[in-house]
Ligand binder design. Structure first.
Ligand code: DHB
Ligand code: FE
Length: 298
């Protein structure tokens, strides 16, 4: 039996959310509504913990820097330590990897014309660890291995929405050709609207965020045509992180296309996913927080 993608998860990665958990302040009035909003997602996750998460995220100048800017970087390592982002590494478990699945993803996705950068060793910052904390809480060890896929959304030019959706499709084909009986989730992280610097610092655009989530669910192909300048104008300079959500969305059954490397037309266009959870909350630090869980029905 081969591996399969059963669900996709989408979540913001605001570092202050990780700090609230690490310092035990989640019951304070500022945080309590957000963390009670997360509870249904955590309950869902307890019942649907996968065998592996392919976690699409962005590094913030911790593993990479302006000296080296890979557009798509796939983690190949057996484990990834939390990075020191300037105030010590987060007190969270080391993230276990899945080298066999990583190797297979590279073997499958690169021949599908996505020239991934392969990373045999790196530390992971809040872009990866905060989504884990949001979904899994504070366990002694993370409940499943993670394959990190780091996307450059920090330094322009960033990959297009179309490119991200297509990469998700390629990842689905890769997972379905991995000869191991694995339940795989793909997570798309970052966002929602936020801008951390300049005259528009603090920007939040709730109507745009809401429309983004609506379209991500119902019209991913149309959403993939939105150019990066629209993210910048409407969702702020860091709102471009949202383009990563399209990678996870492209990996769902209904996005599978006929032009796949497998040429298996019967795989194309599966059932639309069902919405297991949806959350929108303002504010968390300087951002709007969004969360979505889509379950594959096919
Ligand atoms: C904040 C948000 C981010 O996405 C980030 O990477 C750093 C900080 C913030 O809102 O504080
Ligand atoms: Fe960020």
């Amino acid at each position: 039996m081969s591996a399969r993608i059963t669900a996709s998860v989408y979540t913001s990665h605001v570092p202050a959310i990780g700090v609230a958990m690490d310092l035990g302040t989640t019951d304070e009035p500022y945080w309590q509504p957000l963390f009670s909003g997360y509870e249904p997602a955590r309950e869902w996750m307890r019942a649907h913990t996968p065998d592996v998460v392919i976690l699409v995220y962005n590094d913030h100048g911790n593993a990479f820097s302006l000296e080296m800017i890979p557009t798509f970087a796939l983690g190949m390592a057996p484990s990834y330590e939390p990075a020191d982002e300037g105030w010590g590494a987060r007190p969270v478990p080391i993230v276990g990897g899945h080298p066999a699945l990583s190797a297979h993803l590279a073997q499958s996705v690169i021949p599908q014309d996505f020239d991934l950068t392969l990373v045999n060793g790196m530390k992971v910052d809040h872009g990866l660890t905060v989504p884990l904390s949001i979904m899994f809480g504070q366990p002694d060890s993370w409940p499943c291995p993670v394959v990190p896929l780091a996307v450059n959304v920090v330094q322009y030019p960033v990959p297009s929405g179309r490119r991200c959706l297509q990469l998700g499709r390629a990842i689905r084909r890769a997972v379905e050709s991995f000869d191991d009986d694995l339940d795989v989730q793909v997570w798309g992280t970052g966002g929602m609207s936020h801008q951390l610097q300049g005259p528009r610092a603090g920007l939040i655009n709730q109507p745009w965020d809401t429309a983004f989530m609506d379209r991500l669910i119902a019209d991913p192909d149309g959403l993939a045509d939105v150019p990066h300048i629209d993210y910048l104008r409407e969702a702020g300079s860091e709102g471009i992180e949202l383009v990563m959500w399209l990678i996870a969305r492209g990996a769902m059954a209904d996005c599978a296309d006929l032009a796949g490397a497998t040429g298996r037309a019967d795989r194309a266009g599966g059932a639309a996913p069902s919405v297991a959870h949806r959350l929108y909350h303002v504010p968390a630090s300087n951002t709007a927080v969004g969360q979505l869980i889509l379950e594959d029905r096919s």
